[in-house]
Design a protein around this ligand. Structure first.
Ligand code: ADP
Ligand code: ZN
Ligand code: ZN
Length: 687
């Protein structure tokens, strides 16, 4: 007797196959079993999704037999499959696509013997679970938060100031669940790979390295498989990772922590465009695991949920050691001499830090030397021939580089349009900031210190995507800052995230204004979070917190965002933003989806979207869904591909979901000459 199995495999998005495929098997296999199956001419990895019953529905002879079972692996749990099912349906993708993307790629390539060998590898002997460790005595507010978590079910939103000791709360919350039973597991997520080594070190120090595994895209395929197997088998009790870790197989999952829950990096930007933060909350519900979201500046979605009681808010307003948050100083750029890079008062404040042996951190959201190079005689500018953007001038290697498609050329000797030799940079990037600050501080000496070190010149360092590209470069640069070998650190917003710098007492935003006038309604929210996060880098050592400062150079000093920043008043900022959003019917009071199309011409991209809209209009029988006209995306052309988008909106999440589900088939059936690809982005973060 043959058994019919439905098996999900990774089918390409355009294949039209969204659900499981049927295969036959000699034996009944439980759902969640990993199998190899023939697909076309290939043999691929699949997961049994439903076990068919043998006797009543004999498999048709036309159904192909499975090719093999990955023996030795326990089937994936029902809750895991539910999570995948939900993610696929909510984010409008195929079940197999989501399921297979969530598994380590090496599982696809190993045969049964190779896999058996990996499974036999014993993990290093587990250290005794009573930690060696050095858990500090909790502060009163940390204690209160943990006590509350023991008596309630959540989801919890930990609203804690920068430096209030959120990480210690995570550590002890994890300890708490691991103590409940020997199978219990915890998942801890951070937004960026950069932040994993630091956090990993703290968890290993507390729990021993046999219990903790990492999961992020920076691992080798072999490391990823090892982490995944350890989590799946339950030998790893703690998984620490980036957004992909939300899909880790964790049979004993009891707690999910999402650190910096507001961070846009939790949203996947290709394939299934899922929000790992939102899926964490759902997964917690499916598996009865606690969920703890932490941030000093929660997303307005989460904040609103904590206002209505959907999430429980836990607050830690005070910094550890009673350190004060830095004083915010606004510099009115309207009152400075023309073309001022650094206001004289800010420069003076930096010099004061240098004299005291303290560090300053300056950030500017643009890398390279200047965003544009322009001819002084004609209207030539350094556009990218393949994109609707300018190429950025990098002085270090005298190149013009497109940050969108990567197209790079040497800087021309003369204007390519008119031959004029006088072509000049317009605007500023981090390279220029570094160069000019070094020049401004060239005469300043850092005084010798008590240990007998002689006076020496001031050291300026830069940290951005260009200086940290090489493997290990970021770690090396961070170590220099921690060791005090840098007096002034210049960078992009990369330098503002998460780092526990001890000697920084001055942070400055050089030119943050563009976000105030962005067409994206979330731009102010992101700017406020960035500035608060940056401010959080200053005065983390309580002894110096009293004179720590956050400087903001702005042409709009009366903007209400800055008034809230001055008072470190996130709740006030959130209240004004939410009132505006409610009035305008925008998230979190409405729900959105975008369809993005890429085509040879802008007309083709828009024609596809408008045809989709016309077809969609007929499906929305209740009138709860609004569709806007197709528009070009803000960067309209990248690498010679034209891009357009269509916004769909509803005040009801279920209505939007029903509509998208019904619309799916129409979208797949539409044909438009010149159309290259399209995708749906549910709950998009930038519109
Ligand atoms: P956050 O994540 O909220 O910004 P951290 O967790 O980085 O804050 O904590 C700030 C600093 O305070 C860290 O150096 C941490 O080691 C220290 N710390 C945290 N909790 C305690 C405590 N209970 N007692 C002493 N120091 C603590
Ligand atoms: Zn010219
Ligand atoms: Zn380009």
């Amino acid at each position: 007797m043959h058994h019919r199995l439905s098996v999900v495999v990774a089918t390409p998005a355009h294949s039209g196959i969204r659900g499981p495929l049927s295969y036959r098997s000699e034996s009944a296999l439980p759902p969640g079993t990993l199998v190899r199956v023939p697909l076309g001419k290939r043999e691929v990895l699949g997961v049994v999704w439903d076990a068919g019953s043998a006797a009543e529905t004999p498999a048709a002879v036309t159904e192909k037999p499975i090719a093999g079972v990955l023996a030795g692996l326990t089937p994936l749990a029902g809750a895991w499959r539910q999570l995948v099912d939900f993610a696929a349906s909510y984010y409008q993708r195929g079940v197999g696509e989501v399921a297979l993307a969530a598994l380590p790629p090496q599982l696809r390539d190993l045969d049964t013997t190779q896999l058996a060998r990996r499974l036999q590898r014993k993990p290093a002997a587990a250290t005794v679970s009573s930690a060696p460790g050095p858990a500090p005595a909790l502060t009163e507010q940390q204690h209160a938060v943990l006590a509350h978590m023991r008596t309630a079910s959540g989801p919890f939103l930990l609203f804690g100031a920068t430096g209030s000791g959120k990480t210690e709360v995570y550590l002890q919350a994890v300890q708490g669940v691991l103590d409940t039973n020997p199978q219990a597991q915890a998942l801890v997520m951070v937004p960026e790979i950069n932040l994993t080594p630091q956090l990993m070190a703290r968890f290993i120090e507390r729990f021993g390295d046999a219990q903790v595994v990492a999961m992020h895209s920076g691992l080798t395929p072999a490391q990823r498989l090892r982490s995944w197997l350890a989590a799946h088998a339950g030998t790893a009790r703690i998984v620490l990772g980036t957004r992909m870790a939300v899909f880790a197989s964790l049979p004993g999952l009891r707690l999910i922590v999402v650190d910096e829950e507001h961070d846009p990096s939790y949203k996947q930007q290709e394939g299934a465009r899922y929000s790992a933060r939102d899926l964490a909350v759902l997964r917690g519900r499916l598996e009865h695991a606690q969920v703890l979201l932490g941030s000093a500046t929660p997303s307005l979605e989460s904040w609103q949920a904590s206002e209505t009681g959907r999430y429980q808010r836990l607050e830690m307003p005070a910094r550890i050691g009673a350190g004060a948050l830095p004083q915010v100083r606004l510099v009115d750029m309207n009152l400075q001499p023309p073309r001022t890079l650094l206001a004289p008062a800010l420069l003076e404040a930096i010099e004061t830090r240098i004299a005291r042996g303290e560090q300053s951190l300056l950030f500017l959201n643009r890398r390279g030397y200047a965003p544009v190079l322009a001819c002084t005689a004609c209207d030539w500018k350094s556009d990218c021939p393949h994109c609707s953007t300018f190429r950025v001038f990098h002085k270090i290697d005298r190149t013009l580089r497109c940050h969108h498609c990567g197209y790079t050329e040497r800087v021309p000797r003369a204007c390519p349009a008119c031959g004029n030799v006088d072509i000049a940079p317009v605007g500023r990037g981090t390279e220029q900031l570094e160069e000019q600050i070094a020049a401004l501080l060239a005469q300043v000496q850092r005084p010798g210190d008590a240990t007998g070190d002689a006076a020496r010149p001031v050291r300026v360092a830069r940290m951005d995507a260009d200086t940290t590209r090489a493997k290990g470069a970021l770690e090396a640069q961070l170590a220099q800052v921690h060791a005090g070998d840098v007096d002034v650190l210049v960078g992009t917003q990369m330098v503002t995230k998460g780092h526990d710098f001890r000697r920084i007492t001055l942070v400055a935003a050089i030119n943050p204004d563009t976000a105030l006038f962005s067409s994206d309604f979330r731009a102010p929210e992101r700017l406020f979070a960035l500035l608060m996060q940056a401010a959080g880098r200053a005065g983390r050592d309580a002894a110096q917190a009293g004179h720590s400062e956050m400087w903001v150079q702005t042409w709009n000093p009366t903007h209400p965002l800055f008034a809230a920043l001055r008072r470190h008043d996130y709740p006030a900022f959130a209240a004004t933003q939410l009132a505006e959003r409610q009035q305008a019917g925008m998230p979190p009071f409405a729900f959105q989806a975008l369809v993005r199309a890429e085509a040879r011409t802008q007309a083709a991209a828009q024609a596809f979207l408008n045809a989709a809209r016309d077809a969609g209009q007929a499906l929305d029988t209740t009138g709860q869904v609004v569709m806007y006209a197709a528009v070009p995306m803000s960067v309209q052309r990248i690498a010679n591909v034209e891009r357009a988008q269509l916004l769909v909106e509803s005040a009801s999440r279920p209505a939007l979901q029903r509509f998208l589900l019904a619309w799916q088939e129409t979208l797949h059936a539409l044909r438009e000459p010149g159309l290259l690809r399209w995708a749906v982005d549910v709950d998009p973060l930038s519109v």
